[in-house]
Design a protein around this ligand. Structure first.
Ligand SMILES: NC(=O)c1ccc[n+]([C@@H]2O[C@H](COP(=O)([O-])OP(=O)(O)OC[C@H]3O[C@@H](n4cnc5c(N)ncnc54)[C@H](OP(=O)(O)O)[C@@H]3O)[C@@H](O)[C@H]2O)c1
Length: 338
């Protein structure tokens, strides 16, 4: 099989750096362009001394990047949609790591992200890039909208039960600081975060929109989501706890575990375990580990899930999507730690 020619647009952020690492070690990939605005002309190893990768950052141009079979766009939301449209127009397939193609309702971009989405048709065409749910559609897609990190953990937690959830899901999730990207800010400054712990965006975090959209599609009816993110004083990882009631009432932890195990039996990257998993079990990997319990006294189901926000929550999932798009084994290039 021919090598896949891949480019990364916005390669100097956290997700771009992990993608650079993953793709340079992928047996079926040949790296093409690595673009940047701030580091044009600088060597990868000069910007990220920990990355043993040859290559120099270049300025983005649609002409240069569109010579690739696939481009990974790692820009902030609101900055990515134009680049994605340009590349697709030139015949390049795209995995967009931003939120710019995740929501189907164009009006949602105005209310959740504060901009008018100019590419209605492409929005309808884009496939939500959760392989465990949409791998057949991803295989044919021109645009794959890589899910957000929190929605990845939340959706994998609820999909096996979605059709039976009564009315809503509460999501209580904690993320490491790299979830905020590489640009420094006071909120993510070491002295502000180290030794502290708190919730943020306590009502209406933007990821709620894609959780509601995808949960509703999986359940076949509209369900509510109340999502509270927290900032953990660690660099990587998400610990998510989802709470919901089943419309038909209690079924017991053993049956729930059996249901979840059966649902994910053929998945390379979702591991249903007996114990409550910790972040350290998945850091640097593309795995989601989860377990489920029934809290009979409260009439609730609780699902505990962990992922690495930069791998299964971003760059690893993006590579898993590329593998689907180009007919490669889903785990190709994803079996080592990054
Ligand atoms: N971090 C996570 O855990 C995570 C998880 C899932 C999804 N995502 C999404 O993936 C995308 C990339 O995230 P990231 O964490 O890699 O972000 P980041 O560390 O802040 O990097 C952003 C990249 O975009 C480039 N860029 C281009 N235009 C920019 C602009 N106007 N402002 C700032 N940077 C600009 C930056 O570098 P140059 O200046 O060199 O071009 C850099 O390469 C975002 O949309 C994010 O929401 C992130």
């Amino acid at each position: 099989m021919a090598l896949i020619k891949a480019s990364i647009v916005g390669a100097t952020g956290y997700t771009g750096a992990i993608l650079t690492d993953l793709l340079s070690g992928h047996p079926d990939v040949r790296m093409h362009a690595l673009t940047s605005k701030a580091y044009i002309g600088r060597k990868v190893s000069g910007v990220f001394p920990g990355l043993r990768v040859d290559g120099t950052y270049t300025e983005y141009s649609a002409g240069a990047v569109s010579g690739s079979d696939v481009a990974f766009v790692c820009y902030p939301h609101g900055e990515a949609h134009g680049v994605v449209a340009e590349l697709v127009d030139k015949g390049c397939r795209v995995v967009d790591l931003s939120a710019d193609y995740r929501l189907k309702d164009p009006a949602a971009y105005q209310s959740w992200y504060g901009f008018v989405h100019p590419h209605f048709d492409l929005l309808q065409e884009a496939v939500f890039g959760l392989p465990e749910r949409y791998r057949a559609e991803i295989a044919k897609a021109r645009i794959v909208a890589n899910p957000g990190c929190y929605p990845t953990a939340m959706l994998l937690s609820v999909l096996p039960a979605a059709a039976e959830i009564d009315s809503s899901v509460i999501v209580d999730a904690k993320s490491g600081v790299s979830g905020a990207g590489r640009t420094p800010s006071q909120k993510t400054h070491f002295c502000e975060v180290n030794g502290d712990f708190r919730a943020y965006s306590e009502v209406g975090h933007r990821h709620t929109a894609e959780m509601v959209q995808e949960l509703g599609l999986a359940a076949g009816k509209a369900l509510g989501v109340s999502f509270t993110p927290h900032l953990l004083p660690v660099d990587r990882g998400i610990f998510s706890t989802a709470y919901f009631r089943l419309a038909k009432g209690l079924m017991g932890t053993d049956r729930l575990l059996a249901r979840y195990r059966e649902f994910y039996a053929d998945e390379a990257f979702v591991e249903v375990c007996d114990h409550v998993p910790g972040l350290g079990e998945v850091t640097g990997t593309n795995y989601c580990r989860l377990t489920v319990r029934e809290d009979a006294a409260a009439g609730l189901v609780k699902v505990f899930a962990v992922i690495d926000n930069l791998v299964k929550g971003a760059s690893g999932q993006a590579v898993q999507n590329m593998n689907c798009m180009f007919g490669r084994p889903e785990d190709a290039g994803l079996r080592r730690k990054v």
